[in-house]
Write a protein that binds this ligand. Structure first.
Ligand SMILES: Cc1cc2nc3c(=O)[nH]c(=O)nc-3n(C[C@H](O)[C@H](O)[C@H](O)COP(=O)(O)O)c2cc1C
Length: 177
């Protein structure tokens, strides 16, 4: 058991929580929802924050960053879960460029973990956003193969998460813990 690392997460439909808990099990540390973050984080060698991608935004990051820093977190490591496959490297790079400043990209190890979509556990606003995305895509004329794949994928729930995807993140954390 390491008391040197802590994993904090936001999760609406469970994918991020599942990855956070797998990681905690693998590393022998604690995983908690961000809302239950300890008041003092200064004793940890690294604090991990995990959340979903939400319309291209690393959901809750700005708020989490402020909170974690105000509680004394020294080293931050982040991971995002999403519906894109890990192979969408270009789009994943763009997401990080749009969510982390160049200095943050340099200082904060960041990982993307493919997860999926779960309509059953999704809230009303999110369902409406997905409905809108499906409608917008159906209206788009010259669809790229990626658009076609996206349109097909979002018709129903799917789970492309796998415990094996935590390996690079776990390795990074072992080096810090
Ligand atoms: C409204 C909405 C927007 C989303 N936008 C993205 C996105 O831009 N990129 C992506 O890869 N996944 C996107 N997703 C999928 C979620 O990021 C994915 O389901 C995530 O793993 C959910 O995490 P959670 O189960 O911990 O809440 C979106 C999902 C919803 C409902």
């Amino acid at each position: 058991m390491t008391n040197n690392l802590i994993i904090l997460y936001n999760s609406k439909t469970g994918f991020t929580r599942k990855y956070a808990e797998l990681l905690a099990l693998e590393l022998g540390c604690t995983a908690l929802p961000l809302s239950r973050a300890p008041a003092d984080l200064s004793g940890y060698a690294a604090v991990v924050f995990g959340s979903r991608l939400h319309a291209g935004i690393f959901d809750g990051w700005k708020k989490a960053q402020k909170l974690l820093q105000s509680r004394g977190a020294k080293r931050l490591v982040v991971f995002a879960t999403g519906a894109m496959p890990n192979e969408a490297e270009e789009r994943i790079r763009t997401v990080w460029e749009q969510n982390l400043t160049p200095a943050e990209q340099e200082a904060i190890p960041h990982f993307y973990l493919q997860a999926g979509l779960c309509y059953e556990k999704m809230g009303g606003v999110d369902r409406a956003m997905m409905k809108f995305a499906a409608w917008a895509m159906s209206r788009k004329k010259a669809k790229t193969p990626e658009d076609e794949a996206f349109q097909g994928a979002i018709r129903q729930s799917y789970d492309i998460s796998d415990p094996k995807y935590i390996a690079p993140l776990a390795e990074c954390l072992r080096g810090l813990g």
